[in-house]
Design a protein around this ligand. Sequence first.
Ligand SMILES: *[C@@H]1O[C@H](CO)[C@@H](O)[C@H](O)[C@H]1NC(C)=O
Ligand SMILES: *[C@@H]1O[C@H](CO)[C@@H](O)[C@H](O)[C@H]1NC(C)=O
Ligand SMILES: *[C@@H]1O[C@H](CO)[C@@H](O)[C@H](O)[C@H]1NC(C)=O
Ligand SMILES: *[C@@H]1O[C@H](CO)[C@@H](O)[C@H](O)[C@H]1NC(C)=O
Ligand SMILES: *[C@@H]1O[C@H](CO)[C@@H](O)[C@H](O)[C@H]1NC(C)=O
Ligand SMILES: *[C@@H]1O[C@H](CO)[C@@H](O)[C@H](O)[C@H]1NC(C)=O
Length: 411
Amino acid sequence: MANMAILKSVFLALGLSAILSAAQNNQNYPYLNGTTIHQPRRGVEELTYPRYVELLDGTILVTASHGTFGQPSSQAAAVAAAYFPVFASSDGGASWDWISNITDQVNGWGMGAQPALMELTEPIGEYAEGTILAAGNSWSENGTHIDVYASMDKGSSWEFVSNVAKGNAPNTTNGAHPIWEPYLMLYDHQLICYYSDQRDPLHGQKLAHQVTTDAKSWGPVVNDVAYPTYSDRPGMTIITQLPDTTWILVHEYPGGYTLGLANYPVFYHIAPTPLDFITDPGRPIIANGFQPSSSPYVVWSSCGGPNGTIVVSDADHSGVFINTMLGDETGWRYKVTEARPAYSRALAVWRNQPKKLATISGAMYGDGETNRSRPLSLWVEDLEGLVRQNPPPEGRTPIQIYYSQLDRDGA
Ligand SMILES: *[C@@H]1O[C@H](CO)[C@@H](O)[C@H](O)[C@H]1NC(C)=O
Ligand SMILES: *[C@@H]1O[C@H](CO)[C@@H](O)[C@H](O)[C@H]1NC(C)=O
Ligand SMILES: *[C@@H]1O[C@H](CO)[C@@H](O)[C@H](O)[C@H]1NC(C)=O
Ligand SMILES: *[C@@H]1O[C@H](CO)[C@@H](O)[C@H](O)[C@H]1NC(C)=O
Ligand SMILES: *[C@@H]1O[C@H](CO)[C@@H](O)[C@H](O)[C@H]1NC(C)=O
Ligand SMILES: *[C@@H]1O[C@H](CO)[C@@H](O)[C@H](O)[C@H]1NC(C)=O
């Protein structure tokens, strides 16, 4: 820090602020209002479920699930259409290049859906710091495989690393045994892969993780969220660290408590380590009469007060759910944003940019039925402004109904 301050005065004296900002990972990332990262071919294809990583050098990479409309003409056509395109920006998201595709190199099935991206900030096994890892669901009529790929050249090319877990063919009916939705994270010198798991006979679907120290051999399945009612289907893990050294996991929970506002209510769990979420029973997010539904994302920013701000998004709302009380149940507020609602959209707080909230949106659920090809788009908005924003008019049902029901049920 001290060195950076000295450098800063030297650079400013020399009038080299442009060089400085590059050295500080693009200190001045722009505010953006729906910048197009990529426009999929209209009426032919869609990009959905965007994921990103901000590299240590400030480059932002974005990927998504690629889908085509209608029945593929052949098995080969289906495999060719199933990949994760990778887009890169070196100017904080203002402009984008399509730099590569992550393709299936081992199953002959394609990368069907549900990408995850991260950069190694320390070596793991033979993979050096700065290696980018991608996970995704390679699937076909014969199975669901969560596979990991690595890029040693900043996302330009990819090679197979390992298989984390295998399930049966995609099928969301309880009793079928697929796996879904990987999420990668480093913790305590281990790589963790979280995912949704339908293979346990005790749970229609549960959330679980496996860890590895070399990115190759993965440890046993450990439960994160597994509700006692068999038919409950928690899904779509996303995790972030909070400042009081706890961790928050958000997930969708069809079967979970709803005010009638959410078919896939979003729940959250807070735990002292991201390996032990099972110890927390979990709670729904209920804001000022709004309830998030489906495919949540969570980030934390240091701005917005002494606790910073937790921000959660869902698929059904344009706005976001914020909490400046470290996740206290009474602390959730819905705030209006410009960003487009989308299936499994991603939120980001860029490094050293705590006052900016980035949202990446692709397709909405069901766009395939109408052949609608929305762009993959990026918003970067004023997070401090969102925190200060007066709450929007209350939704249909006030928060008190939920808590009075909890009291009545003794939950
Ligand atoms: C963002 O774009 C939308 C759609 O084009 C527009 O309605 C809105 O006014 C813009 N917001 C800002 C802050 O420029
Ligand atoms: C990615 O794959 C698509 C479909 O095969 C192809 O059109 C495109 O050129 C590829 N892009 C890159 C950067 O490899
Ligand atoms: C699934 O397995 C069957 C039997 O081995 C095979 O005929 C078929 O081609 C496989 N399908 C795919 C997509 O690999
Ligand atoms: C999906 O799984 C259910 C439960 O096991 C099964 O009854 C159904 O046949 C499966 N669907 C397909 C298309 O295989
Ligand atoms: C910070 O979080 C704690 C724990 O929820 C809460 O008691 C406190 O009121 C919060 N501070 C502010 C300023 O919101
Ligand atoms: C979508 O496109 C497919 C061809 O890809 C076509 O068969 C189908 O009728 C179209 N559906 C709609 C709702 O336009």
